[in-house]
Design a protein around this ligand. Structure first.
Ligand code: MGD
Ligand code: MGD
Ligand code: SF4
Ligand code: MO
Length: 752
């Protein structure tokens, strides 16, 4: 692309050294141009134009309408995160003799970025404890070992998955595991939006977004809590820009002032791109982990302003009076002390919400990755109900999902919390009762493995080692497992640190390479169809996930009652999905019609909820008791000079979860990953200065030589990147759904 055509009008758009003053903007186009004009450019374009869904986030783009189109038929909806993901997938294969030259000890020295840059997995390998190297393994040997590993006591078999694979692979995975008699279906959503699913299900009987993209386009106000959509769901920013353009409001709730949530330049709109669009109408910066207090504060203010929609509560909800009484009973002092946001600011937020005819409440990891994640979600939903913002067009609840098919995995039954209807349908299909022994979610899986209760683990994508807190413990726990089978596209740290007694890595084809059609589900409940594709790894020995799973299932289960080998033709898997998964009936025709569809029963445009009474249940959300340990609690001497902060751990600009693409995070002013973003006043009060190197200590270990960078982050809080930071802490979990409190990690920052 000719950069002259997209001249920035102000200094804010770019300079190699300067921190951009808006999100998006020229750096995005520069990256896009660099990648698509590179030698790999034609392949990137070919993939962008392939009829398959974007690999990256669950906002969803692509599919049958074409690579750049969303479900409303709008063009230019592909962001550079998509290009970033494709560029990583079209890397050359790992060389055939690579593992002869590199010992496991050497591979363990790699960073996440270096591991990803090794290239694509292109032949199967095995590592046995006691050996020094990964070695090639034949398919016969793999199936022999795998069959033996699965023919054991069912409770000792488990799976973990990451939401990048297809619905078809997800369905087969859970069917195979449940047919064995195990419910151990841990999934990355346990680390992610499980509190949303859990919290929404108990209130509304359905655990996904109640808002379609179409409905979002009708809204007057979006409350965006604990999300950095400018980095992680860039095309959602287009909706916020259009909302502001039509006079609507955006309330951002985030301890960090994220550049792109203040102002964002989207390449989809020329004016916005050139000068940047205002996003936040108001920006509230609460103490990490305190969102319940903030939302109860909004509720209290709504009560005081007499803006509660009593009629809606009476007609459509249950237990509303307790929730109102709770908000009334908590003092403003308690609220503002807990969340660190002033009463005046909370009142402005409440005023905006009550004066907007339709409001969408959206949230991501800042809300869910907390010890009280479910309460956070429920406090948001209570606020929506009190203002009648559910069950009508333009209003509702929108958990902003992570991986591109993470929601599909949940729908397909890859969960420890299986819906009754699916359980019954699967029992009919398998002609036997499913086990009633509760399965391990991700947290429970690590605990069980550490207790020696897991012998076999199959990982459909992901990086179980890197995604969990307390990396040393995870490494130890995985080391107690007899066999781990990783089905992966690209190498990651998990393959080198998450080693069982025998570890097999199976190289798989990705979404745009599969020889058969597949489907995925977006966070907006829209099912996309991916066409068949080809791989650039022509001489390699890769397999489609569906082919491996069906062959393994065939060897373990035989042909009764399911003909597993027939299911290698994914159209038959779709028939089974249509029969067993509520709302997925239309998938039965998708091979003929190619008609992508919205899952029925999920988008709520009427205030009638899929609960037994048809009403929404409301729950009182207790305020969290937030305190931080003292410096001495970290086991340092009383002479150690430092400060205790509440650390939020999350994503930098150029990474996808545990996979780092580039090290800098330009928009936050971080030139490398060993940085801690801090409030200037906090740092100076503790005698620290910017760019000084410090030690950051958690409850497990410490990271040294971390550079202090000042940012617009509230006092008492700090931010660092995962997966690196997972080494230093173990996190408490929300006991209802096992999600770790990644966003409120007490750390001591000091100089030695
Ligand atoms: N490019 C890219 N896209 C991605 C991903 C990626 O890694 N890279 N990952 C995908 C996945 S799996 C997921 S789950 C999503 C993640 O998407 P996000 O949830 O947007 O990502 P995070 O970086 O985890 O954190 C989000 C925000 O939460 C804020 N926050 C932290 N603590 C609190 C708190 O206590 N309260 C509030 N209100 N806010 C808080 C942080 O400041 C941060 O801005 O993105 C998906 N999309
Ligand atoms: N401290 C901290 N920890 C966190 C978080 C946080 O915010 N802070 N966030 C958590 C969240 S929200 C999540 S979702 C987890 C992410 O946890 P995971 O989903 O387990 O991790 P990813 O890094 O997304 O997994 C990347 C790997 O997936 C494989 N892969 C990619 N595409 C495919 C495919 O099509 N098929 C197969 N079989 N494999 C594929 C590649 O080998 C790649 O290396 O991390 C969690 N951990
Ligand atoms: S917003 Fe998400 S789904 Fe859409 S193109 Fe970007 S990464 Fe892909
Ligand atoms: Mo996630």
């Amino acid at each position: 692309m000719d950069e002259k055509l997209i001249q920035p009008t102000s200094e804010e758009l770019d300079s190699e050294q300067k921190i951009p003053t808006a999100g998006g903007g020229l750096p995005v186009i520069k990256y896009w141009a660099k990648q698509t004009l590179s030698p790999e450019g034609p392949k990137i374009w070919q993939t962008l134009l392939h009829k398959s869904a974007c690999l990256s986030c669950a906002w969803g783009t692509g599919g049958q309408l074409g690579g750049f189109t969303n479900e409303e038929g709008e063009k230019l909806q592909r962001c550079m995160k998509s290009v970033e993901a494709i560029a990583a997938e079209i890397q050359p294969p790992i060389k055939k003799n690579f593992f002869e030259q590199q010992s496991i000890e050497q591979l363990q020295q790699l960073t996440s970025l270096e591991a990803d840059k090794l290239g694509r997995w292109s032949f199967p390998v095995i590592f046995s404890k006691g050996n020094s190297h990964y070695q090639k393994i034949s398919w016969d040997e793999i199936y022999r070992l795998a069959e033996a590993a699965f023919k054991i006591t069912p409770e000792r078999v488990a799976s973990y998955s990451s939401g990048r694979s297809s619905n078809e692979a997800a369905f087969l995975l859970q069917l195979m595991i449940r047919a064995l008699g195990s419910n151990n279906l841990a999934d990355c959503s346990d680390l992610c939006h499980a509190p949303s699913t859990w919290g929404l299900k108990r209130m509304f009987g359905t655990g996904t977004s109640t808002v379609s993209l179409k409905s979002l386009k009708e809204t007057d106000c979006v409350v965006l809590a604990g999300s950095n959509a400018a980095y992680n769901h860039p095309r959602l920013m287009n909706e916020l820009i259009e909302l502001r353009d039509r006079g609507g409001k955006v309330i951002v709730i985030n301890p960090v002032k994220e550049k792109g949530l203040v102002k964002f330049g989207s390449p989809a709109f020329l004016k916005s791109f050139l000068s940047g669009s205002e996003i936040a109408s108001i920006y509230l910066q609460p103490i990490p982990g305190s969102d319940v207090a903030l939302f109860v504060g909004i509720q209290k203010s709504l009560l005081e302003q007499e803006k509660i929609n009593q009629e809606f509560l009476q007609e459509h909800t249950e237990d509303w009076s307790e929730v109102l009484a709770h908000a009334r009973s908590i003092s403003w002092e308690t609220i503002t002390e807990t969340c660190g946001v002033s009463q005046a600011e909370i009142e402005v937020a409440a005023q905006i919400i009550s004066s907007s005819p339709q409001v969408v409440f959206a949230w991501a990891m800042g809300i869910t990755q907390q010890q009280n994640g479910v309460d956070n979600v429920n406090s948001i939903a209570n606020t929506a109900l009190m203002t009648g913002n559910l069950g009508k067009l333009g209003a509702g609840l929108m958990p902003i999902r992570g991986h591109s098919n993470v929601q599909g995995f949940g729908s397909m039954g890859v969960t420890v919390d299986l819906k009754k209807e699916i359980q019954q349908s699967l029992e009919q299909l398998l002609d036997r009762p499913l086990s009633r022994v509760p399965g391990y979610d991700t947290h429970a899986l690590i605990e069980a493995a550490d207790a020696g209760k897991v012998d076999t683990l199959i990982c459909l994508g992901g990086n179980l080692y890197g995604a969990n807190p307390n990396s040393p413990k995870v490494k130890r726990a995985l080391g107690k497992i007899k066999t781990i089978i990783y089905l992966s596209t690209k190498p990651n740290l998990g393959h080198f640190h998450g080693l069982a007694q025998q570890t097999i890595v199976i190289p798989v084809l990705n979404r745009f390479e599969n020889p058969h059609k597949t489907t995925v589900e977006s966070g907006n409940n829209f099912v996309r169809l991916n066409d068949e594709g080809t791989t650039h790894l022509a001489d390699s020995d890769l397999i489609a996930e569906v082919d491996f799973l069906t062959e393994l299932a065939h060897r373990v289960h035989g042909e009764d009652p399911v003909d597993w080998r027939q299911l290698q033709d994914t159209k038959y898997v779709r028939q089974l999905i249509a029969q067993t998964i509520p709302g997925y009936e239309k998938i039965a025709e998708i091979d003929e019609t190619k008609a992508e569809f919205t899952i029925s029963g999920r988008i709520l445009n009427q205030p009638h909820f899929p609960t037994p009474s048809g009403k929404a249940s409301m729950f009182v959300t207790p305020l969290p008791q937030l305190s931080l340990p003292q410096a001495q609690d970290f086991g340092v001497t009383k002479y150690t000079h430092g400060l205790v902060l509440s650390l939020m751990t999350g994503r930098g600009y150029a990474q996808h979860n545990t996979v780092v693409y580039r090290t800098e995070d330009k928009y936050r002013g971080l030139s490398h990953r060993n940085c801690i973003l801090m409030n200037q006043v906090d740092a100076e009060n503790a005698g620290l200065r910017e760019h000084q190197r410090v030690t950051v200590k958690g409850n497990v270990s410490q990271l040294e030589n971390i550079e202090v960078i000042y940012g617009e982050i509230r006092s008492g809080a700090a931010l660092m990147f995962y997966p690196e930071v997972n080494v230093i802490f173990d996190a408490p979990v929300d006991t209802r759904c096992g999600t770790p409190a990644f966003k409120r990690v007490p750390v001591l920052v000091y100089t030695s």
